[in-house]
Design a protein around this ligand. Structure first.
Ligand SMILES: C[S@@+](CC[C@H](N)C(=O)[O-])C[C@H]1O[C@@H](n2cnc3c(N)ncnc32)[C@H](O)[C@@H]1O
Length: 333
């Protein structure tokens, strides 16, 4: 009989509410990035993890979302028997991951929930049972997500608590200001501010958008939408900020590398279109601000405007270059 990968009493898929419903469109839409060229950003991480994980190990895939990294790991290393525990704050993304891995003995899932009264998310050690904590994780991956955390020191301290001594932490993101980035390389989310600025110009110039012009002259309205945009796409922090935070959390960085990742403008549009409210929500008014759902024709206009703005920002070119940063850390005593 095969030895189980998981600590005793560990439930791979908890019988919680998020696991019961239907798979939702939002998650399916997000998951299409799996087929985008710029998702080659995962390749280096997959190879780093493959070099480190051994049979019987457990990798915590923190912010593992819909399970794209987990899928790539299982595909790349079919012969290795290490477990991947996907932890994420989105019940919709986890539900889709469940659809993919329900029968995959090497994958387990946990939701971290928002605690309203404390205005914070669960920490990872708050959603794992004592047997798991006593066992510990042998590695942790965090891909395309660290730039999203509001409470980085607390999040890292919790990672430290669930990792075994000497465990490796694999972090990567295209939203870290890296002093070694090439001159023509974008921080991927910084394209959003430029798209917004170009969109305002286009609304001022093109007759087809004239009905929306008045909002541009309302500074208070525009400021509220600026604040919303910065909630969707957080201000970018420098590499040194993450290196210090990891050192303070006793997971010092042992290797830093970077890679130029080419993104296709059309694919980047497909990704950003899901977040139209956070980018050009001022066109017709964002629901989160007005409390009203925008009409279909408004959403259509947002898409057309975003396409035009992206053509302008990328000077009509089909692709643009971005800089991805990769950190490997080691959990110290
Ligand atoms: C861009 S997705 C990346 C998903 C996956 N790691 C990948 O590379 O495809 C960001 C993920 O971070 C999760 N997330 C956002 N804010 C978070 C937070 N504060 N703590 C933990 N996860 C968070 C989201 O639910 C989402 O699954």
């Amino acid at each position: 009989m095969k030895k189980t990968l998981w600590p005793k009493n560990f439930v791979r898929i908890p019988g919680e509410d998020w696991a019961q419903g239907e798979v939702e469109l939002l998650a399916l839409k997000y998951d299409t990035v799996e087929n985008h060229g710029w998702y080659s950003n995962l390749a280096r991480t997959v190879s780093q993890i493959g070099d480190s994980m051994q049979d019987g190990h457990i990798l915590l895939d923190y912010s593992g979302g819909t399970g794209i990294l987990a899928g790539r790991l299982l595909e790349a290393f079919p012969e290795k028997r290490f477990g991947v525990l996907i932890v994420d704050s989105s019940p919709k993304f986890l539900r889709l991951a469940l659809e993919k891995f329900r029968d995959e003995e090497r994958v387990a899932l946990r939701l971290i929930r928002y605690r309203k009264e404390q205005k914070r998310l669960d920490l990872v050690d708050e959603v794992l049972d004592p047997d798991f904590l006593a066992h510990g994780a042998d590695g942790l991956a965090c891909t395309n997500a660290i730039h999203l955390y509001y409470e980085l020191p607390e999040t890292l301290a919790a990672w430290h608590r669930v990792l075994k001594r000497g465990a490796r932490v694999f972090i990567q993101s295209g939203n870290i200001r890296n002093p070694d980035a090439g001159e023509n390389e974008w921080i991927i989310d910084e394209t959003v501010e430029k798209i917004h600025l170009a969109a305002m110009e286009i609304v001022g110039e093109e007759e087809r958008f004239s009905r929306y012009r008045s909002c541009l002259e309302d500074p208070a309205y525009m400021r509220r939408h600026d604040a919303l945009r910065q909630k969707y796409f957080l201000p970018v922090k420098p590499l040194s900020y993450y290196v210090s935070a990891l050192r303070e959390a006793r997971m010092p960085v042992v290797d830093i590398s970077r890679e130029t990742i080419e993104a296709n403008v059309g694919e980047w549009f497909d990704f950003l279109a899901v977040y139209h409210e956070g980018i050009v929500g001022w066109l017709g008014g964002a629901r989160k601000i007005t409390g009203r759902e925008p009409a279909h024709d408004v959403v259509r206009d947002r898409f057309s405007l975003m396409r035009l703005a992206m053509e302008r920002v990328f000077a009509g070119k089909p692709t643009f270059k971005t800089c991805w940063t990769y950190l490997v850390c080691e959990r110290s005593a």
